[in-house]
Design a protein around this ligand. Structure first.
Ligand code: FES
Length: 107
């Protein structure tokens, strides 16, 4: 189990306990915590509805692959700290990550 923090719209931070041994990606974890992520592509790095901004811990993450980069490129509000949560598989190195769910802030 690791801890990942989500900063909500109102600035409050919520700590999530995230299993690293269940083979879930971060998008699936966020959905399990009832964040309303559409994930219409089912985690294929195509729909960008799982867009997150990494506030702390960017250096803990693996580099994005080409598919993820291509999709992030299509987003007007993406920046250096943007990632697609479906492409991130929580592991021990991600303990302490702090994120904001961009896709939910647009609605
Ligand atoms: S779920 Fe579609 S890009 Fe991540």
């Amino acid at each position: 189990m690791i801890n990942i923090t989500v900063e909500e719209h109102n600035g409050e931070r919520r700590n999530l306990e995230v299993p690293v041994d269940m083979g879930l990606n971060l998008m699936e974890v966020l959905k399990a915590y009832e964040y309303d992520i559409q994930a219409t592509c089912g985690g294929m790095a195509l729909c960008a509805t799982c867009h997150i901004e990494v506030l702390e811990g960017t250096d803990k993450l693996p580099e994005p692959n080409d598919n993820e980069l291509d999709t992030l490129d299509t987003l007007p509000d993406a920046d250096m700290n943007s990632r697609l949560s479906c492409q991130l598989r929580p592991d021990d190195t991600m303990d302490g990550l702090v994120i904001r769910i961009k896709a939910l802030q647009e609605s």
